[in-house]
Design a binder for this molecule. Structure first.
Ligand code: BES
Ligand code: ZN
Ligand code: ZN
Length: 492
């Protein structure tokens, strides 16, 4: 990852290949005013020609060989009142993709006295820069020489008292971005190289890096513990199912338990998928987000007690695979009619949540690429949050709002419980037809939670991947959940 630093100085004497200045549409930022003063009429002319007016994410580059900075990149933040942290992240992501074509390093100046919000601003900018610069190159062998890479960036602060807040914001942003990019790597890696055994190896690495407690329930242990649900889904693959449990514990904190869907590949099983099969390496996106969250929490030395429970399986077709019509029994004793082998995530999570409930958590949250219905409901811009607990749902959504992972609530009224009743078992893994798919998933999961009033379900079926490039979210894995859940835990 690109290295960021904070330095004290003024932009009129600072040598760099590229100076990046942000400004507004309806007001000139202090930094913009200063560079305007150093140049002749260039910036006024740009404005007159409507080539750069500070509109949101508008960008213009000027060569300024007469000045210590050789090039100037202007990026618009839109209307000052509307510019929030997300605007800064997006502007920084826009900037970094232009900068790296022209320079190996760049400088962002901050003028004036230490203002409230400097740490938040540098954090948001660092996130935008480091997340926007992400590329997944693991499998590229050709053309790597032509890819232009950035080496470093500097936040240049004018006053001494600005150094500390700028540094702490930068450090936080860098930790979070690194964790998000790690999650993106896990999700972008094809199933052949990111199966249940690889996921276990990743958990092992993470445990070693941060001194986390790691427990693995291999298949025999899952059977011994009567976890018939995860075993049923996982038996279709030559790579056997397993449950991965990681614990980060600082004394005195509430115990938060997270369950993650770790379906490393989802073919649909005998209800073979008709579409989006090529996406299904991302079906462990919930598990990957939790690994990223743990990485961030540990790096931030958060005062928290967090246990992560991952159900790692592959949903394939084989002579051993589970079949439609089968009845399987989860660890909490409830029986599940397999109405559709493609609704496998909720079956895996049935055992994860049953086990998690035995840990008596203060709060229990699961995160899963559970439904395609999440895509119809919200598209990739937001995850769906469902919970019987208004406060819990609202705090997850609020943590997402400030951190940049957007989420929206979907109801789970009791009426929907009727839809998952089974004629031959306690529940079935499908609602009424394909109606209210996101809610049907949630009411099913609720059956395996001991205290639903302390539980929330997050469906990232859509938010896990992006098909279109966004300012700081490249095509492919988004890393949704790392920033919001880290923030949520810190605020608990
Ligand atoms: N992993 C999928 C959900 C999914 C589909 C996420 C497409 C992202 C893109 C999940 O296991 C699944 O297949 N769900 C079914 C549930 C249905 C059979 C009730 C779905 O959404 O179609
Ligand atoms: Zn499925
Ligand atoms: Zn799935």
């Amino acid at each position: 990852m690109v290295a960021g630093t904070v330095t004290q100085g003024t932009l009129d004497s600072y040598r760099t290949g590229m100076l990046v200045v942000f400004t507004y549409e309806d007001a000139d930022s202090a930094e913009y005013k200063q560079v305007a003063g150093l140049l002749k009429d260039e910036l006024a002319e740009l404005k007159k020609a409507k080539e750069f007016e500070g509109k949101k994410l508008q960008a213009a580059m000027l060569r300024t060989p007469q000045l210590p900075f050789r090039k100037l990149l202007l990026v618009g933040l839109g209307k000052q009142k509307e510019a929030d942290l997300e605007t800064l992240r997006r502007a920084a992501g826009t900037a970094v993709k232009i900068v790296r074509e022209f320079s190996k390093e760049f400088v962002v100046p901050f003028k004036g006295a230490a203002k409230k919000g400097l740490a938040e601003a540098t954090q948001a900018l660092a996130e935008g820069i480091l997340l926007g610069d992400y590329r997944f190159l693991r499998y590229k062998t050709q053309g790597l020489d032509e890819i232009k890479t950035l080496k470093s960036f500097t936040f240049l602060v004018e006053k001494k008292e600005m150094v500390n807040p700028a540094q702490s914001g930068l450090a936080r942003g860098a930790i979070l971005a690194e964790a998000v990019n790690y999650t993106r790597d896990l999700v972008n890696t094809p199933a052949a190289d990111m199966g249940p055994a690889h996921l276990e190896a990743e958990a092992r690495k993470l445990a070693k890096k941060h001194g986390l407690k790691l427990t693995i329930f291999q298949e025999a242990e899952l059977k011994k513990r009567k976890m018939g649900a995860i075993v049923a889904v996982g038996k279709s693959s030559a790579v056997r199912p397993r449950m991965i449990i990681l614990e980060y514990k600082r004394p005195g904190a509430k115990h938060l338990v997270f369950c993650g869907k770790g379906v490393c590949y989802d073919s649909g099983g005998y209800n073979l998928k008709q579409k989006m099969l090529e996406w299904m390496k991302d079906d462990m996106g919930g598990a990957a987000a939790l690994l990223g969250m743990l990485d961030a929490l540990a790096s931030l030395k958060a005062k928290a007690h967090v246990t992560v429970v991952i159900g790692a399986v592959e949903n394939l077709i084989s002579g051993e695979a589970y079949k439609t019509g089968d009845v399987v029994r989860a660890m909490n004793g409830k029986t599940i009619e397999v109405a559709n082998t493609d609704a496998e995530g909720r079956i895996v999570l049935a055992d994860c949540l049953s086990y998690a409930s035995t840990l008596k958590p203060d709060t229990l949250i699961d995160i899963a690429t559970l439904t395609g219905a999440a895509m119809s409901a919200l598209g990739p811009n937001a995850a769906a949050v469902l919970s019987p607990n208004d406060n819990l749902a609202e705090s997850i959504i609020a943590a997402g709002d400030t951190s940049g992972d957007r989420a929206w609530r979907i109801p789970m009224w009791d009426d929907y419980k009727e839809d998952i009743k089974s004629d031959i078992a306690d529940v079935k893994n499908l609602g009424f037809s394909f109606y209210a798919g996101v809610t049907a998933g949630a009411v099913f999961l609720q059956e395996f939670v001991s205290k639903p009033e302390d539980w929330a379900h997050i469906d990232i079926g859509a938010a896990v991947q992006e098909e279109r490039e966004r300012p700081y979210i490249p095509k492919g894995a988004t890393g949704w959940g790392v920033r919001s859940l880290t923030k949520f835990v810190e605020e608990c």
